[in-house]
Write a new protein. Structure first.
Length: 367
């Protein structure tokens, strides 16, 4: 009978009783059945209180809430979300290159700023430019019924996600377009941005401009190299392959590469660095060689404290906040039922002069 307290025969004072006691003894999380046992009410009454439904008296409601507090009960959000209209779980997955990178972390925050006011949780993971990891993580998020995925693709084929799209999972790709999969993309102007950065160095009088880039097989790295080549071609400058170094996947590798270039008999007078971690490694090399005021640098991607260095680092800045907000907005529009053809959205870069990119050519750099 509802309202009747469970029996306490055979227990010591202060010992949890019934199924609640067994829950604590077994080390498992308390359930709504445990709450019902402690409160002396039906399971349906507990469900109504937990879900904020009407039809429960203030007295019974107080008993249920007291039992919840006593047991430190937490509702199973996953199970509740599966009962939402349309089977939505109010979760989205965000798969980025590396969440420790300032670009990725800023983008993540922008996605959260759009998702959380909608009552949607964002679960984030790093792909580390690993195609197999991309597949494993997308499968994991899909198995947990995420309503949508925002992905910075690491592989050159996303067709394996076709079944997820047919099943109703919204997908938006950022930074790089999906391949063999028709979904929305949010990109930046990699070619034009790089061209603007290298052109800026040419305008300062530089003719020997080195290119230091990320992995050569990454689409964005290829596009930024293409911008470098186009800027040289437009200025009538030859490409010196000895000044092109790629696959600089860490700050340490970038630092070593910069030292190698600058210790040549005829070193470059300017460096174009095509990724923010590469730029940081190069800045350390210049500081180590005491040439930070003699060698010009323009980097692609901004990073924290770049403006506080001396000289400040001139950058071609992406807008990760705008990219993240736009990607999330497009994703929720798709989740909401927009079935129009996929669209590619482009967020422009901008050149930010801070000092390092305005240094003119210096003589006797190896002295």
């Amino acid at each position: 009978m509802e309202g009747q307290l469970p029996e306490t025969t055979g227990t010591q004072p202060g010992t949890p009783v019934g199924s609640a006691g067994r829950a604590l003894q077994l080390g498992r999380r308390p359930t709504m059945r445990d709450v019902a046992a402690v409160a002396g009410v039906s399971l349906k009454t507990v469900s109504r209180v937990v879900n904020g439904e009407p039809g429960v008296s203030s007295t019974l409601g107080r008993r249920v809430r007291d039992a919840i507090d006593e047991l430190d009960f937490r509702p199973n959000i996953g199970a509740r979300s599966l009962r939402r209209a349309g089977g939505r779980t109010a979760t989205v997955g965000l798969l980025l290159e590396d969440v420790s990178n300032p670009f990725s972390s800023t983008l993540q925050r922008a996605v959260e700023d759009v998702a959380i006011p909608r009552g949607v949780m964002v679960f984030t993971a790093s792909l580390d430019e690993d195609p197999q990891r991309e597949r494993e993580l997308t499968r994991a998020f899909s198995a947990r019924r995420a309503d949508g995925l925002i992905i910075a693709p690491a592989s050159d084929d996303q067709s394996y996600l076709e079944s997820e799209v047919r099943a109703g999972t919204a997908i938006v790709c950022i930074d790089r377009q999906a391949r063999r999969l028709a979904v929305d993309s949010v990109l930046t102007t990699n070619v034009d941005g790089s061209k603007a950065g290298v052109r800026h160095l040419i305008e300062q009088g530089h003719r020997r401009i080195a290119f230091l880039g990320d992995r050569h097989d990454i689409t964005t790295a290829q596009q930024r190299y293409e911008g470098y080549l186009q800027a040289l071609a437009e200025a009538g400058l030859p490409v010196d392959t000895g000044l092109v170094l790629s696959d600089l996947t860490s700050q340490a590798l970038a630092q070593a590469a910069a030292v190698q270039l600058l210790e040549q008999p005829d070193p470059p007078t300017a460096l174009f660095t095509a990724q923010n971690l590469v730029t940081i490694g190069v800045a350390r090399a210049l500081r180590h060689l005491k040439r930070e005021r003699r060698v010009a640098v323009v980097g692609f991607d901004d990073f924290p404290l770049a403006d506080l260095l001396d000289p400040g680092i001139t950058v071609v800045a992406q807008d990760p906040t705008a990219i993240g907000r736009l990607a999330a907005t497009v994703l929720f529009d798709r989740i909401g039922g927009n079935d129009s053809p996929p669209t590619t959205h482009v967020v422009p870069t901008r050149l930010i002069p801070r000092g390092s990119g305005e240094i003119g050519p210096q003589k006797n750099l190896t002295a």
